[in-house]
Design a protein around this ligand. Structure first.
Ligand code: XMP
Length: 479
C-alpha cells in the first residue's frame, strides 16, 4: 500500500459553486424539471427515502403533488406494500372506480337519501348485472314531490347518455365532457357493463391543482416502491408492478455485490420494461457493473445519511460529493442517470448534487418529522417529535425480524450489529412547506450559476474547494 496513492474525498461542505454571469431574470423563470429515466420526469428533483419513518402512501402522495416522488419502503408484507402503491395511484385518479348506483325500481326518496348520505349529486342506475340503464341527477328530482315514484320515472335513460370506454385517457374524457357539456361520463364496456364514472368536477379540480404534480401518462401521481434481493423479492416486484408502481428501487446498503447483480437480472427478466433503480454504490466500478446487469438508474451513497453508522462501524464509504460526481460521470457514459442518496442537510447541498450530475436527490432526515411521515408525534418540553431511524438501526433490524417470524428471541437480538441510529426529529410542518424551501433554494442556486434548466446547471457548474477558514466563513452563521 502506497499511502501517497490515496485519493481525496470531498463532501458537500468542502465545495461551493462559483457564481457566474446570469441572464436569469427571476427564480420563477428557472425549471427544475429532471428526467430520471424514460417515462419518469420529476418537476422537482426530490425523492423521499424508502425508510419506514419516511415514506408510506401519505408521504408519496404529498411528494408527487409537489412535483417529486416518494419510494414506499419494503419493510412490510408484500400485500401491504402493494396496497400503499395503489393508494397513491388512486389519490388523484380521475375515474371513480365503483360509482354509487340505484335500481330503476328504487324510490326517488331512497335515491335522495343515498345522494345525501354519500355527498354525491347524482347516481348511476344499474340492473342486477351492473349494466347501465340510466343516470339520475339531483336536478332530475329537485321538483318531484311524490318520493314514492320509481327512479325510472325521472332518470335520463341509457339511450340518451354519452358514455366512454373503460380505457379512456384524461384528454379524451376532457374532450367528451367539454363537447357535450356533460356533468357525468359513465364508463362502460362493449356489453354495457359499468366500469367507472368520470365527473367534470373531479377532472377540473384535478387539473387546477396539479400543474406541478409528477404524473404518469394517465394523469395519476408517480410513485416508486422498494424491493430487496432475498427470498420472494421477484414476487414483490411483480405485485408492486401490478399495483401500478412506476419505478422499482432495488435497495441494499452495499449494492456492488454479486447478489445484487443477480437480483437485477432476475427482476429485469420478469419485468423487462419496468424502470429499475438499483444501489447503493459509491464508485465508478459499481456503476459499470450494475448498469451492465440491467439497472436503469443507480442510487449513490454509502454512509452519508444522518442516521448512518456505516462509516464508523464498518470503516467504509466515500465522501458524498466525490461519490456523486464520479458516479454521475460514469452513468453519463451509459446515457443514464444517478440519484444522490443521503447527506442532504441544506438546499445548497441539493444544488451541488444536481450540478455534479445527479438527476435527483433522495432525502430521509429532512422529510422526517413532517405531517406526512409515518408514525405518531410525541411531545417533549412543548416540542413535537417523530421517530427517525436508520434502516440498519437496532430497532429497524428487530422490526424486520418480527416480520419474518412472530416471535424473536434473545440470540436474534444479540447478533445484530447496527449500522444506523434511532433518533427523533422535531416537527417540521407539512411536506409542501419543506419542499417549497428546498426547491426555492435550488432555483436560487441555479440562478447564481446562470442556469435556466438542470442541463444548463451541469454545463455551467464550476466548483471551488474550501479551506478550513473558508468553511468557517461559509457555514458558521448567527443562529
Ligand atoms: P439522510 O441524510 O437524508 O439519508 O437522512 C437518508 C439515506 O440514508 C441511508 N440509510 C442508512 N445508511 N445505515 C446507513 O448506513 C442505516 O441504517 C441507514 N438507513 C438509511 C439511505 O440510503 C437513505 O436514503
Amino acid at each position: 500500500m502506497n499511502a501517497e496513492e490515496i485519493t481525496l474525498g470531498l463532501s458537500y461542505d468542502d465545495v461551493l459553486l462559483v457564481p457566474r454571469k446570469s441572464s436569469v431574470e427571476s427564480r420563477a423563470a428557472v425549471s427544475t424539471k429532471s428526467v430520471l429515466t424514460k417515462g419518469i420526469a420529476l418537476n422537482v428533483p426530490l425523492i423521499s427515502a424508502n425508510m419506514d419513518t419516511v415514506t408510506e402512501s401519505p408521504m408519496a402522495i404529498a411528494m408527487a403533488r409537489e412535483g417529486g416522488m416518494g419510494i414506499i419502503h419494503r419493510f412490510m408484507r408484500i400485500e401491504d406494500e402493494a396496497a400503499e402503491v395503489r393508494k397513491v395511484k388512486r389519490a388523484e385518479a380521475f375515474v371513480i372506480e365503483n360509482p354509487y348506483s340505484v335500481k330503476k325500481s328504487d324510490s326517488i326518496s331512497t335515491a335522495r337519501e343515498i345522494m345525501r348520505e354519500m355527498g354525491v349529486s347524482g347516481l348511476l342506475v344499474a340492473d342486477k348485472g351492473n349494466k347501465l340503464l340510466g343516470i339520475l341527477s339531483g336536478r332530475d328530482i329537485r321538483f318531484v314531490t311524490d318520493g314514492s315514484k320509481p327512479v325510472s320515472s325521472a332518470m335520463t335513460p341509457r339511450s340518451k347518455l354519452i358514455v366512454g370506454s373503460p380505457k379512456i385517457s384524461l384528454d379524451e374524457a376532457l374532450h367528451l365532457l367539454d363537447k357535450h357539456r356533460l356533468e357525468k361520463l359513465p364508463l362502460v364496456d362493449s356489453k354495457n357493463k359499468i366500469h367507472g364514472l368520470i365527473t367534470s368536477k373531479d377532472v377540473h379540480n384535478r387539473l387546477r391543482g396539479s400543474v406541478k404534480s409528477a404524473k404518469d401518462n394517465l394523469g395519476r401521481l408517480l410513485v416508486g416502491a422498494a424491493i430487496g434481493t432475498k427470498g420472494d423479492f421477484t414476487d414483490r416486484a411483480v405485485a408492486l408492478s401490478e399495483s401500478g408502481a412506476d419505478v422499482l428501487v432495488l435497495d441494499v446498503a452495499h449494492g456492488h455485490t454479486s447478489s445484487v447483480i443477480s437480483a437485477i437480472k432476475a427482476v429485469k427478466k420478469e419485468l423487462p420494461s419496468m424502470p429499475l433503480v438499483a444501489g447503493n454504490v459509491a464508485t465508478r466500478a459499481g456503476v459499470d457493473d450494475l448498469f451492465a446487469a440491467g439497472a436503469d438508474v443507480l442510487k449513490v451513497g454509502i454512509g452519508p445519511g444522518l442516521a448512518c453508522l456505516t462509516r464508523t462501524v464498518a470503516g467504509a464509504g466515500v465522501p458524498q460529493f466525490t461519490a456523486v460526481a464520479e458516479c454521475a460521470e460514469a452513468a453519463a457514459t451509459f446515457g443514464t442517470s444517478i440519484i444522490a442518496d443521503g447527506g442532504i442537510r441544506t438546499s445548497g447541498d441539493i444544488t451541488k448534487a444536481m450540478a455534479a450530475g445527479s438527476a435527483a436527490v433522495m432525502i430521509g432526515s429532512m422529510f422526517a418529522g413532517t405531517d406526512e411521515s409515518p408514525g405518531y408525534f410525541t411531545v417533549r418540553d412543548g416540542v413535537k417529535y417523530k421517530t427517525y431511524r436508520g434502516m440498519a438501526s437496532f430497532g429497524a433490524n428487530i422490526s424486520r425480524k418480527k416480520l419474518d417470524k412472530s416471535k424473536i428471541n434473545l440470540s436474534d437480538a444479540m447478533g445484530i450489529v447496527p449500522e444506523g441510529v434511532e433518533s427523533t426529529m422535531p416537527y417540521r410542518g407539512r411536506i409542501s412547506e419543506v419542499v417549497t424551501q428546498l426547491a426555492g433554494g435550488l432555483r436560487s442556486g441555479m440562478s447564481y450559476c446562470g442556469a435556466h434548466t438542470i442541463e444548463e446547471l451541469r454545463e455551467n457548474a464550476r466548483f471551488v474547494r474550501l479551506t478550513q477558514n473558508a468553511s468557517v466563513e461559509s457555514y458558521r452563521k448567527l443562529k
